[in-house]
Design a binder for this molecule. Structure first.
Ligand code: G1P
Length: 295
């Protein structure tokens, strides 16, 4: 099974930096955000490759994953084995590229990867968000396995006044207990991309982790534009509901790290530096007087 990571966006929220540096390469603990997402995808049982949907304007993403034997040799000649191993590891990840050169939407981006899917189920991981313990996709796969390989998406609780920023699902909870508590499983009956609050079927938003039936690719091929004039993955998934079952598992959104805006990215970088014992003390020291601002 392959995983798709859409990465063709302009990164407007991070301009002007993203004139030259794709936002996917902004570092968190020394690794580009996109590598955290690639590692998360490859940790899922059965995933043997990642297809990044890039744009030709962002060759730096490919440069990052490309072999650089000269650099490795230079580092080794200077006894910097750890650094050499890090470089070598990033460039040995099973990553390939397809292209979306026009911003026609998430559904259109995912469709560009169709030829690489071999007609199999596939994962989509949105690249602004990564889950350090890699557990979210594993749990989604468990739910899929328990329901004959059905499509499964991760959803989280969102305040009513923010539903119009996301895809929102409706349906019925098919596991016991609180239907909005992490671990609850829903049989999806409806979904709407970026609804007005009065049109939202629930307060459960699509988090950005999808395990999808190959049929979704066929539906995307005939999917017209939706919200924002873009081809929406949500709209193709909605059509899938007429033909196949789809489940949603409620997750604690805080399991993951959202790097989608400069402030969110800075927060993730700080949190990760604090959580890692090898950087915590130095990071607190670097914050200096600014540490007081946290309290
Ligand atoms: C996309 C999806 C949306 C989902 C969101 C999560 O929207 O279309 O359904 O809820 O990601 O971040 P975008 O953020 O690209 O507008």
């Amino acid at each position: 099974m392959k995983a798709i990571i859409p990465a063709a966006g302009l990164g407007t929220r991070f301009l002007p930096a993203t004139k030259a540096v794709p936002k996917e390469l902004l570092p968190v603990q020394g690794l580009p955000v996109i590598q955290h997402v690639v590692e998360e995808a490859l940790a899922v049982e059965g995933v043997d490759g990642v297809v990044i949907v890039n744009s030709h304007d962002k060759p730096a993403i490919e440069d990052y994953f490309a072999k650089n034997g000269e650099l490795e040799e230079l580092l080794r000649s200077r006894n910097k084995e750890d650094l050499a191993a890090g470089v070598e590891h990033a460039t040995s990840l099973p990553v390939s590229f397809v292209y979306q050169d026009e911003p026609l939407g998430l559904g259109h981006a995912v469709l560009q990867a169709a030829p690489a899917m071999n007609g199999e189920p596939f994962l989509v991981l949105l690249g602004d968000y990564f889950v350090p313990d890699h557990e979210m996709c594993r749990r989604m796969k468990e739910v899929s396995d328990a329901h004959n390989g059905a499509s499964v998406i991760a959803v989280g609780v969102v305040p009513a006044d923010e539903v119009s920023r996301y895809g929102i699902i409706g349906g019925k909870c098919v596991s016991g207990g609180d239907p909005e508590a992490p671990g609850a499983v829903w049989l999806v009956g409806n979904m709407v991309e970026k609804p007005a609050p009065e049109d939202a079927p629930s307060h459960l938003f699509i988090v950005g982790r999808y395990l999808l039936s190959p049929r979704v690719m066929e539906l995307l091929a005939t999917q017209g534009p939706g919200a924002g004039g873009e081809v929406q993955l949500t709209d193709a998934m909605l059509r899938l509901l007429d033909e196949e079952e789809m489940y949603a598992i409620v997750v604690d959104v805080d399991e993951g790290r959202d790097t989608g805006t400069p402030a969110a990215w800075a927060g993730v970088a700080a949190r990760t530096a604090l959580e890692d014992p090898s950087t915590r003390a130095e990071f607190l020291e670097a914050l200096g007087a600014a540490a007081d601002l946290i309290r």
